[in-house]
Structure formats: structure tokens, C-alpha cells
Design a binder for this molecule. Structure first.
Ligand SMILES: Cc1cc2nc3c(=O)[nH]c(=O)nc-3n(C[C@H](O)[C@H](O)[C@H](O)COP(=O)(O)O)c2cc1C
Length: 117
């Protein structure tokens, strides 16, 4: 694909992939994607583990659950990709917490971005 203005600059994106993975499934996907996209990899880790009933209850009620400190500031990041397991057809509470902590996102900064067809 040839950029419209012949500049490669518009395709140099700084990407971050944040993932939560209990037994390593989304982790595999996130790691492979990070290698392909040359993206920064961030692991979302629970501060403490609860049992399945507690996990499901929090998930069902769209609650958050504390996580260990990890990069959440998007300053200098052009795109954030989230890789997670489905829990009760919803988002795990640790990921709800991560998303609540995300800051510094200001859109695409006016940069033109085209996806490959
Ligand atoms: C508490 C819990 C709830 C789940 N709920 C669903 C669900 O609603 N739908 C689904 O397809 N898979 C569900 N799964 C299966 C996981 O999404 C799937 O096994 C995923 O690959 C787990 O990856 P991980 O073990 O690396 O976190 C659930 C798993 C757990 C532990």
C-alpha cells in the first residue's frame, strides 16, 4: 500500500496492548499481536485473587476489582488494544478497573491513519 502523500510518517503508530489472562489464552494472542505490531505489552494483574463466585458476581454487576500498578497513561500512545477473556459474556472486573484508570487519551492527534484493506 502506498501512502497518499508518499510519506511513511503517517503509518508509524505507537501501540500498546493491555491484556488480562488467567491461564494464558489471551496472553498468547496479545504476545503474538505485540510481536507483529511491534507494540508495547502491558499485563493487567489482579491485586488479589477471589474465587469463581466472587469473580462472576463482580462481572455480572459490571464492578471493578483492584489491580497491581501498571502503565495506564496513554500520553505518547496512538492506539490501545485490549486483549481479555470473556467472563459471563462480559468484561472481567480487573479490566473494568484498568479502563477506569486509563488517562491521557486524546484521540488520534489529527494524524491520518489508514488500515490495510
Ligand atoms: C469466571 C469465568 C467466566 C467465563 N465466562 C465465559 C462466557 O460467558 N463465555 C465464554 O465464551 N467463555 C467464558 N469463559 C471462558 C474464558 O473466556 C476462556 O476460557 C478464556 O480463554 C480464558 O482465558 P484465560 O484462562 O487465559 O483467562 C469464562 C471463564 C471464567 C473463568
Amino acid at each position: 500500500m502506498v501512502p497518499a502523500n508518499n510519506s511513511m510518517e503517517e503509518f508509524l503508530l505507537t501501540l500498546r496492548i493491555a491484556y488480562f489472562s488467567g491461564k494464558g489464552h489471551p496472553e498468547k494472542v496479545a504476545t503474538a499481536l505485540a510481536r507483529i505490531l511491534d507494540a508495547e505489552l502491558v499485563r493487567i494483574e489482579p491485586l488479589r485473587e477471589s474465587g469463581i463466585p466472587g469473580k462472576l458476581l463482580k462481572t455480572l454487576f459490571f464492578l471493578k476489582s483492584a489491580i497491581k500498578p501498571c502503565p495506564t497513561d496513554l500520553t505518547g500512545i496512538d492506539g490501545l488494544i485490549i486483549a481479555i477473556p470473556v467472563w459471563a459474556a462480559k468484561v472481567p472486573p480487573y479490566v473494568n478497573e484498568y479502563l477506569a484508570e486509563v488517562s491521557g487519551g486524546d484521540g488520534w492527534g489529527g494524524r491520518k491513519v489508514r488500515l490495510r484493506p
